[in-house]
Design a protein around this ligand. Structure first.
Ligand SMILES: [Mn+2]
Length: 243
């Protein structure tokens, strides 16, 4: 198998101290890069740009896409006013993520959305989010874990006849670093995993080889040697290498 090029969307942040106060930075947690390398791919970071033609060319230049984690998505993008518990938002990245996944879908690139990435996928295709897990009736599980990042702290149940079931089987344990979650699943998507308190932990687009979103952080687990979580990246790479 040739090594596919995997574009990983970089986050945007602002310098909060020092002499470059307010300076904009593009950055990415190294675990994403390590996971792609371990799975046998060539990782590249996709920096946020605003020109639509350029975004399309960025997507054309890679064979698979990872929508990485980050800050909350602007709730106005799914027609809700922000509630008090909405966190920091990064409007440039919202627009960029949505453009990238739409082009990637058009251009038949496989997509893996992670944490904020599942939320971006859902919003891009017309779904909505819970702005805070406390809004979800019956939720009781700690989804912002206090444990080392690669340690799995809660269970997920995976639905049969999904891409994720083929990779992980009917149940597994995952890490958890989110205070938001998918609410209404976007048209054309199905739920592929939920936690024991009913929070949506994974979705995937129907009739597509691999457009998958997961609410946990498999890259933090795979990069530390979790073979099951590495399989998610290997599956992304498998479809990327077929392009
Ligand atoms: Mn969770």
């Amino acid at each position: 198998m040739k090594k596919p090029i995997i574009g990983i969307i970089g986050s945007i942040s602002y310098e909060t101290e020092g002499i470059m106060l307010g300076h904009e930075k593009i950055h990415l947690n190294k675990a994403y890069v390590d996971s792609v390398v371990k799975a046998g791919g060539i990782p590249v970071i996709l920096p946020i740009v605003s020109d639509e033609d350029l975004i399309k060319q960025q997507v054309e230049s890679v064979e698979g896409i990872i929508v990485s984690g980050g800050q909350d998505i602007d709730s106005l993008l799914y027609n809700e006013e922000p509630i008090e518990k909405q966190g920091y938002i990064t409007p440039e990245r919202d627009i960029y993520d949505i453009s990238v996944v739409k082009y990637a879908h058009q251009l038949k690139r496989p997509i893996l959305g992670i944490c904020r990435g599942i939320q971006a996928l859902n919003v891009a295709f017309g779904g909505t989010l819970y702005q805070d897990i406390s809004q979800i009736p019956g939720s009781y599980i700690k989804h912002s874990q206090k444990a080392r990042p690669d340690f799995p702290t809660h269970t997920i149940e995976i639905k049969k006849e999904t891409i994720l079931f083929d990779i992980l089987g009917s149940t597994t344990t995952v890490n958890s670093f989110h205070h938001q979650a998918v609410k209404d699943v976007a048209p054309g998507f199905r739920i592929s995993a939920i936690s024991k308190d009913g929070v949506i932990e994974a979705i995937e687009m129907e009739k597509e080889d691999f457009i998958v979103g997961v609410q946990w952080h498999p890259e933090l687990m795979a990069s530390k040697g979790n073979e099951d979580m590495l399989k998610i990246f290997q599956k992304l790479l498998y479809y990327a290498s077929k392009l």
